[in-house]
Design a protein around this ligand. Sequence first.
Ligand SMILES: Nc1nc2c(ncn2[C@@H]2O[C@H](COP(=O)(O)OP(=O)(O)OP(=O)(O)O)[C@@H](O)[C@H]2O)c(=O)[nH]1
Ligand SMILES: [Mg+2]
Length: 270
Amino acid sequence: MTENVNVSIIGKPNVGKSTIFNKLLGKDISEVSDISGTTVYPISSIKEFDDLNINLIDLGGLKKKSKSHTNKQKIITSETIKQLNQSDVIFFVLDGSDVITKNDKQLFRLILNKLKNVIVIINKTDLIKENLKKKEVYFKYFFEKNYPNILLKPLFISALKNVKKEFLLKKILEIHTSSKLLINNKEVNSVLKKILDKHQPVFSKKSRPVIKFLRHVNSKPMIFKAFGNKLTSLSKEYKNFFLKQVLSELKIYNQITVIKYLNNENPYSK
Ligand SMILES: Nc1nc2c(ncn2[C@@H]2O[C@H](COP(=O)(O)OP(=O)(O)OP(=O)(O)O)[C@@H](O)[C@H]2O)c(=O)[nH]1
Ligand SMILES: [Mg+2]
């Protein structure tokens, strides 16, 4: 059975969104130019892949809040929010030849706040003059350090020279498939045991929080529930550590994840 997936291409102006859109479709549908602000209204087209009808949506480049008061930017902002709400996966595009800007950070926050699964694409790698490895580390480290509830594997491409089409389409399929699955309790709790063996929560306010049971309750967005005692005294650092561990042990990439901590509840009581 064919299924539909909405994939929006989001990023600040001029990073190469329309170029990626055209290359993925193999047709020059969206206008490309070196003038920032070329795309205004969303442009969409269907790409068939595997059993998926991928509805690709190219959006206008969103500027940072303090610079989004022009009429054109107001249109782009409202269209972006509208498409974002309906999207299953986001391609978040950055310019690899530049540093990460405030504009990029604001946009990425917006995507995460909507609990959207996201694939980070670092474009224009052909323009990187300095050591490529160093630049890759810079981007990877930024996303690793700043966003505790998602494990990202940024993809480095040059839309002009090699867009890595198959790879990108496969990523959409992977997220789509994992968004329909619930991971069984046995697997989740063997991961819980492994994490606790590595690092127990520490004492805080004279009590030691104990996580007893972990359950995967939703896959789009990804939600886990942790059951135990005194979980309100878990530190933020521990929660961040715990979430990253769960994601890496279960190999959940590019999917925003929430863990809800519940005190003294027996998951089997209902
Ligand atoms: N060197 C290089 N140039 C690129 C690459 N991808 C896109 N460009 C160029 O960057 C400019 C902007 O590309 P667009 O695809 O129009 O960018 P956009 O993000 O859609 O821009 P807006 O619609 O204005 O937000 C164009 O001149 C492209 O040819 C790339 O991988 N390498
Ligand atoms: Mg464009």
